[in-house]
Design a binder for this molecule. Structure first.
Ligand code: SAH
Ligand code: SF4
Ligand code: F3S
Length: 455
């Protein structure tokens, strides 16, 4: 009789940190003999890697956890686990503990490396809830099952020390810790050897990389610019990306480094949050609208053609129509290539959640619609300037909607679709002439040879 191998499904919510953590979790499960299951329906273990940055992220995770009750009734041997940022919050963890008795395992963002032991205890019949309030030293050398072979996320810092007043991340991800340059470069080198051509360096604030690391022979700790030069020298890597940048900590030295490292892509994700100095101050962001715009101009001067994307929030406590108009003004002036827009969501335990003058839901909704309209029309205008241009595009694979169409990204991180005239595999670099730019996607044709390549 054929013995069925045990299978596991990791379901991820939230940001790239979680995506990367999920690769580690799947790596650990694989080393324990589990294979990846294509869906939750026939998995023997399901682990939810959760996010609590906004209330709707929490609701989605609770909804998904709720549905596993039915799966568990069908398959009593199923193990259901929950980890990630929600698990770090004692109120949410207790809710799961009390109301979802079918959840067998809860662990946090700081003790992923303990998963083998925790699972052993679950298999011997125990309900295991183990969350650490504080992180330990950075743990290196954990296995990872990477989601892609041509591109990879590489952590450079963990946690965040900024305590923006609206944000839960510092509470659930702990104090900021940097990995050593040697560890980062070694990981990138190993990825390159296994065929990876694009790395995205990950941190909540990549620009503060290196704080607290031992000084180099020069007497100072390495910074993000130093790291970019090192990663740029890794053979085999074609593209280097990073996220997220904090406008307050983005120094001229870092702009220079990004400009002089040939592999560093011309794309900067610079979360603005608000265009009003009053609101920025209440948020604790540490920059003014003018300073932000100065950075945008500096980047565009040093790196012509750079794309700049952002995160913007509406409805922060006390935000007036005038504050909101200042945000709209910034969108017009900065001419963002794209923006993620959010409605402020009060997070229990943060300073802003306790502030008076919480903005009413209908006002928040009205503002977000106006903001989205403006962001879309600006992005449409910016993209329209690409009509006729030829760009280097990294192949991602067939497009989701039509498999005869290939999909890929420019160095400026714009999604491109083109009809495949030739077979390509993910990670190949091709030249595409942009024929029809739209707000979110550029449509084009592959250019076989010749043609000026402008960025
Ligand atoms: N470290 C990054 C991103 C953190 S979370 C940074 O500093 O930008 C990603 C985005 O979610 C933030 O940029 C912010 O725009 C949004 N966000 C964070 N907390 C939020 C909240 N309480 N309500 C709504 N949006 C929020
Ligand atoms: Fe949150 Fe601010 Fe840290 Fe970003 S920098 S994770 S928004 S506290
Ligand atoms: Fe969410 Fe945690 Fe990322 S709260 S945004 S998954 S760091």
């Amino acid at each position: 009789m054929e013995v069925k191998r045990r299978s596991a499904r990791v379901v991820t919510f939230g940001c790239q940190m979680n995506e990367r953590d999920s690769e580690t979790i799947m790596g650990i499960l694989s080393s324990l003999g589990f294979e990846e299951s294509p869906s939750v329906d026939d998995a023997d273990i399901i682990i939810f890697v959760t996010c609590c940055v906004r209330e709707n992220a929490e609701n989605r995770a609770f909804g998904n956890l709720g549905e596993t009750k039915r799966l568990k009734e069908r398959n009593p041997h199923l193990v259901v686990g929950m980890c990630g940022c929600m698990a770090q919050r004692s109120d949410l963890r207790e809710k799961v503990q009390a109301r979802m008795p079918w959840v067998d395992l809860v662990f946090g963002t700081h003790n992923i490396h303990r998963l083998p032991e925790l699972l052993q205890r679950v298999f011997s019949g125990e309900r295991v809830i183990e969350v650490w309030d504080e992180p330990c030293e950075v743990v290196e050398g954990l296995p990872a099952m990477r989601a892609y072979s041509h591109k990879a996320f590489v952590n450079i810092t963990y946690g965040c020390d900024n305590f923006c007043t609206y944000c839960i991340v510092p509470y659930v991800r702990g104090r900021e810790r940097s990995r050593t340059m040697e560890d980062v470069v070694a990981e990138v080198g190993n990825l390159a050897k296994s065929g990876c051509v694009e790395v995205t360096l990950l941190g909540q604030n990549v620009n503060s990389y290196g704080r607290g690391l031992p000084p180099r022979p020069s007497g100072v700790s390495p910074d993000f610019a130093d790291l970019l030069y090192e990663v740029n020298s890794v053979e085999g890597i074609e593209r280097i990306r990073f996220t997220t940048s904090h406008p307050r900590d983005f120094t001229d030295k870092m702009v220079e480094a990004a400009g002089s490292c040939d592999k560093v892509c011309e794309h900067f994700h610079l979360p603005l949050q608000s265009g009003s100095d009053r609101v920025l101050d209440m948020m604790h962001r540490g920059y003014t609208a003018e300073k932000y715009l100065g950075l945008v101009h500096r980047i565009r001067d040093v790196i012509p053609g750079a794309s700049i994307t952002t995160d913007i929030m509406v409805g922060f406590p006390g935000e007036t129509e005038a504050d909101f108009q200042a945000t709209m003004d910034m969108v017009r002036q900065a001419r963002f290539d794209a923006a993620f827009t959010f409605i402020y969501s009060p997070r229990p335990g943060t300073v802003a959640a306790e502030m008076p003058n919480q903005v009413k839901d209908d006002v928040k909704h009205d503002r977000i619609y106006r903001l989205i309209d403006l962001v879309n029309s600006t992005a449409g205008e910016v993209n329209d300037e690409l009509r006729g241009a030829i760009r280097e595009v990294m192949v991602e694979g067939p497009s989701e909607r039509d498999t005869s169409v290939l999909s890929g990204r420019t160095r400026t991180n714009k999604m491109v679709h083109w009809t495949a005239s030739k077979e390509h595999k993910p990670g190949d670099l091709v030249r595409v002439r942009i024929l029809e730019p739209r707000t979110w996607t550029l449509y084009g044709e592959e250019v076989m040879s010749g043609g000026e390549l402008d960025v």
